[in-house]
Design a protein around this ligand. Structure first.
Ligand code: NI
Length: 181
């Protein structure tokens, strides 16, 4: 079922979400099905449970089609379709990269956000299986963006340079809508 995506200003986006304590349950399956329906309907690249008002540490991101490319990162390897529960992110370098981000909770806008260039992330899939990946580039950016939602952080709160913040169609005229997270 497609759910309403909360937009910036809603206090529910600022909460710290709770860990999932039981895996492979009907409730978790329904939540994930709703999150994928909602993300696809909005043409998103990622979604966190708090964005649909569910205060649990659950994020999804990536693409079913392994050939899909993010137009903002046309040279980046595709990000696999991922369910990530109770995630922990560990930065693997001091290096910080700046890149454009959007967010389904901040529709129509883009801003440049500094992120760790390379991270290891760990967590669980919907059945409780362990996930442990070391990633960089867009994959590292999207997982940091989604996991921030679990701590009540929206990307404008990470920005340092507000001269690089604006409406997508003004910043990038002629470019078709790029996915938001
Ligand atoms: Ni977002």
């Amino acid at each position: 079922m497609i759910r309403e995506i909360l937009r910036m200003g809603d206090p529910r986006l600022l909460r710290v979400a709770e860990p999932v304590r039981a895996f492979d349950t009907p409730e978790l399956r329904t939540l994930l099905a709703d999150m994928f329906d909602t993300m696809r309907a909005a043409n998103g690249a990622g979604l966190a449970a708090p964005q649909i008002g569910v205060p649990l540490r659950v994020v999804i991101f990536g693409y079913d089609d392994p050939a899909a490319r993010n137009p903002r990162y046309p040279d980046a390897p595709p990000v696999p379709r991922t369910v990530l529960i109770n995630p922990v992110i560990e930065p693997l370098s001091e290096e910080v990269e700046e890149g454009w981000e959007g967010c389904l909770s901040v529709p129509g806008l883009r801003g440049v956000v500094p992120r760790h260039a390379r991270v290891r992330y760990r967590g669980f899939d919907e059945k409780g299986g362990a996930i442990d990946r070391t990633v960089d580039g867009f994959h590292a950016r999207v997982v940091q963006h989604e996991c921030d939602h679990l701590d009540g952080i929206l990307y404008p709160m990470r920005m340092r340079d507000f001269t690089r913040f604006g409406f997508t169609d003004v910043l990038f005229p002629g470019l078709d809508a790029t996915p938001e997270e």
